[in-house]
Structures are given as C-alpha cells and as structure tokens.
Ligand binder design. Structure first.
Ligand SMILES: Cc1cc2nc3c(=O)[nH]c(=O)nc-3n(C[C@H](O)[C@H](O)[C@H](O)COP(=O)(O)OP(=O)(O)OC[C@H]3O[C@@H](n4cnc5c(N)ncnc54)[C@H](O)[C@@H]3O)c2cc1C
Length: 447
C-alpha cells in the first residue's frame, strides 16, 4: 500500500522539475508551416480528414502540379476552409501558382516526416543514434513498413531487420561507455535495440486463426532472435491493432520458450493500456514470465495504444462494443494501474514506461521511488519527434530514457506518420493540451 497523498505530492514535485527542465519551445511553441496546418486541422474534423488524405497521397504524386491539384481537390471538399487555405486553393487555379503551392506543400510534408523519421536506412540514422547516446539517451530503431501483403515483402522486411541488427551492433560497439544506459540491477542492457512489427513479418495475420500468422511469422522472427542473441542486441516486438494481438502474444511466448533461445536475446513485448482487457493481458504476460523463468527477463513496454481511432471505427462498423476505453481519462487511469502492477512485478519483468504525458511519466517515477525502487530499474521511452523535449528533461534528471527512432522512406512511413499526426491533432491528447498552454496543476492532476 502506498500513501496516496504522499505520492501525489511527489508527482507534483517530479512533474514540476521535469517541466522546468523542458526546453522553452515546449512551453511556448514556435510553429512551422506544417505545424500550423495541423493546428488548424485539430480545430476542424473535416479539414483534418482532407489534410490527412493529402499527406497519405503525397508519396504517390508524380509532380508538383499533381500535388497541388490533389491538395486543392481535398480542400475543395471542406465546407468552411480557413482563410490561409483559401489562398492555397486560389493559387492552384494557375500553372505557376500550382508549382509554388506544390513545392511548399511537398516541403511541409517532408518537414513533418523528417521530424519523426531519423533516416532512410539504419546506416543513415547512425549519426542521430550516436548523438542521442552522447546526450545520455538510448534508442530503439524501428524499420518502417507494416501490414505486408506478400511473402516476398515479409522476407525483404526480415532481411532488412537482420542487416539493421548487424549495422547497429557494429556501430554501437564504438560508442563510449555510459553505465546508466547499459545496466540495471538485473544485469547488462544491450546498446543495440531494434523494434519489429509482426504484421511486417507475415502477410497471413488472421484474427480468427492466430496460429496461421504465428507459424508464418515465426519462420522469420526465429532467425532474427538468434541473430540478436549472437550480436548481444535487444529485439522488441511492437503491438499493433487488436486483430494481431493474439498472434503476437502466442508468437513471442512460443519462440522465447524454445530451448535455443532460453538464455537470450534480451527481448520485449508491448502492453496497451487503452484496451479494456489489458489487465488480463498483463496476467497472461506475468504468468508466462513466471512459468518460463527465462533470463534476461522480458521487457514490457507499457503504452496507451496508437490504434484508438482504428479500433473504434472497426468496432462500430461491425456493431461491436469498442475494445478500447472511450473516455481518455479511463485510459490514463488504467495506465497508472498497470504501471504499478508492472513495477511491483519486478524482477520478473523489466519495465519500460512509454508516454509523453508528464503526469503518466511523473506517476511512474514517483510510484517507483515511493515503493523504494531505484531509478535505474525503470526505463522511460519516448517517440522521436514527439517526445524530444521530454527526453531532454529526463536525461537532465539522470533518468534512463530511450527514444524510439523510425527509419525508412516516406512511402513505407506513411501509416506511421498518419498515426502520429492523428495523435498530435487529437484535442484531448496531452501534448495538445500542453501546447495550448494548460497550467501545470491541470497537467499533473490525477486522471
Ligand atoms: C517509445 C514508444 C513506443 C510505442 N510503441 C507502441 C506500440 O508498440 N504499440 C502501440 O499501440 N503504441 C505504441 N506507442 C504509442 C502510444 O500507444 C501512444 O499512442 C502515444 O504514446 C500517446 O500516448 P501518451 O501517453 O504519450 O499521450 P496522452 O495524450 O496522454 O494519451 C493519448 C492516448 O490516449 C488514448 N486515447 C485517446 N483518446 C481516447 C479516448 N477518447 N478514450 C480512451 N483513450 C483515448 C490513446 O491511446 C492515445 O494514443 C508507443 C509510444 C512510445 C512513446
């Protein structure tokens, strides 16, 4: 049992210290052109849909003229276009205007993508990854690409993952020692860290027959786990939409139980707090960890979940009750409940709390300290491009933080980009509230 009053006092203290350590941009945002467009989008659902459709088609557009025609076409479907975008539509009426508009919008989308994507290939990303390490932060590389439709595509993704492990392991070996990022009380933490998606490892994901996708993905994931073990790297299996959850859990549990993988590599899984039945998912994860006794312990990355809109739309289309909470505060409360259970379950699992919400993060740090846990036994994780300011604040407090760094080209990254933009423009997202200037007491209030 913890003294809840004392914990709340700590959360305010920790959250306040982190907020003071945020670079000033987070408190007084200076917005670029594309950020201003997203701000407008967050105020109008129709406009948001139009801009997202535009972002989605951008990589497929063959010329600047084509690009501006698409932009004007999508904006033309919006009933009340705000004045700056009306100017854009007028520009699209002439050839020279379209060239200027096309160039400006291509720049805007590229700028937005580069905020989230660190390089076109793992090699191209090494500068950023090394810079993060020098600045006191670890990283996890995510090779963009998901929802493959052919076996050849899944094979290519597996080869890219294997190459990425080699490139990362080789480059990381030359990095200077950083004890705070390389050990916790359970032992060493690999420097090279790769996050992979099951939907990219198999085109056969079938929610009604999880074993089909599991067996097919296992053929590609097993060699990757072996490679990670031999290179001393960590492999993290991301969680995607609900229709792949069962396959993902079964796949990870089965492979990690195999004899040849009993002593490594370090591996991880993701728990999504927006799922109404996430407490039961955690029961399963902990039951597996207890029964397997595998070392190094499984890392559980706790997130709220990135497929909220998808899950709600999908459920409504089928006439089902959504599997996710529908009130944001319920997801926030559940996130805190799961944080506590995970921290209390150590050393059975390693815990990574992934959030840009100052309250959720301060709660994890505060609860850990209140229970007598060491800071080194809690990892905090952020997404490159969304959590950069928070990452900076956390490293300044000597907390262990890891940035999730997508790598790849814009075509492969579109689904990822759209998820980030959806999150960023959602009115009740923490980052939107913070950018609107909500005061600290409100931001740190218990959900
Ligand atoms: C390092 C890292 C790795 C990640 N990996 C994954 C992953 O593998 N799989 C995955 O799904 N996500 C992943 N995410 C994304 C994560 O799930 C969240 O989408 C994102 O971090 C936003 O949550 P927040 O706590 O930062 O922000 P907050 O603004 O506090 O929370 C936003 C979240 O609340 C939830 N939400 C929004 N509206 C509602 C509503 N009306 N009712 C109920 N809940 C609502 C949604 O989950 C939304 O993303 C990752 C995030 C990070 C930082």
């Amino acid at each position: 049992m913890v003294d809840e009053g004392e914990l709340e006092r700590r959360i305010r203290e920790i959250g306040g210290a982190l907020e003071r350590a945020l670079p000033s941009r987070a408190r007084h945002p200076v917005r670029s052109l594309d950020e201003r467009a997203m701000q407008l989008a967050s105020e109008d659902a129709e406009l948001k849909a139009a801009l997202f459709r535009f972002v989605d088609v951008t990589p497929a557009c063959r010329s600047l003229d084509d690009l501006s025609r698409h932009l004007a076409g999508f904006l033309g479907e919006v009933e009340q276009t705000p004045p700056p975008l009306r100017v854009a539509m007028r520009m699209a009426e002439t050839g020279p205007g379209r060239a200027v508009l096309g160039a400006a919008s291509a720049r805007g989308v590229r700028h937005m993508a580069h905020r989230f994507i660190v390089g076109e290939s793992p090699r191209a990303a090494l500068g950023v990854l090394g810079g993060l390490w020098d600045g006191g932060a670890a990283s996890s590389v995510d090779l963009l690409g998901e929802a493959t439709v052919t076996a050849a595509e899944a094979d290519r993704y597996a080869v890219r993952c294997s190459d990425a492990l080699e490139t990362l392991a080789q480059a990381c070996a030359a990095w200077p020692e950083r004890p705070a990022l390389e050990r916790d009380s359970a032992g060493p933490l690999p420097r090279a860290n790769l996050s992979v998606k099951v939907s990219a490892l198999t085109p056969l994901l079938r929610p009604e027959a999880p074993e089909v996708g599991r067996d097919d993905a296992a053929r590609r994931l097993r060699p990757l786990l072996r490679r990670a073990r031999d290179l001393g790297a960590h492999l993290h299996i991301d969680m995607e939409s609900l229709d792949s959850l069962e396959t993902t859990l079964e796949l990870v549990f089965e492979l990690l139980d195999e004899h040849e993988l009993a002593d490594g590599p370090s591996a991880g899984i993701v728990l999504q707090a927006y799922l109404r039945d996430s407490a039961e998912q955690l029961d399963r994860i902990l039951a597996w960890a207890r029964a397997s006794g595998r070392r190094p312990a499984l890392t559980v990355r706790l997130v709220k979940g990135a497929y909220w809109d998808h899950e709600v739309v999908e459920a409504r289309q089928h006439g089902w009750a959504p599997p996710v909470f529908e009130d944001k505060r319920e997801s926030d409360r559940n996130f805190e409940a799961l944080t506590r259970r995970l921290l209390d379950a150590r050393p059975l699992v390693r815990v990574a709390v992934a959030s840009h919400n100052l309250r959720s993060v301060a709660h994890a740090i505060g609860y850990n300290r209140t229970r007598g846990g060491a800071d080194e036994d809690l990892e905090l994780q952020v997404l490159r491009g969304l959590g950069d300011d928070l990452l900076h604040a956390l490293t300044r407090q000597d907390l262990r933080v890891r940035a999730y760094c997508p790598v790849g080209d814009m075509v492969a990254g579109m689904a990822y980009l759209v998820r980030r933009l959806l999150e960023n423009t959602a009115n009740d997202s923490f980052l939107s509230e913070q950018a609107r200037g909500a005061d600290l007491d409100r931001l740190l209030a218990a959900p």
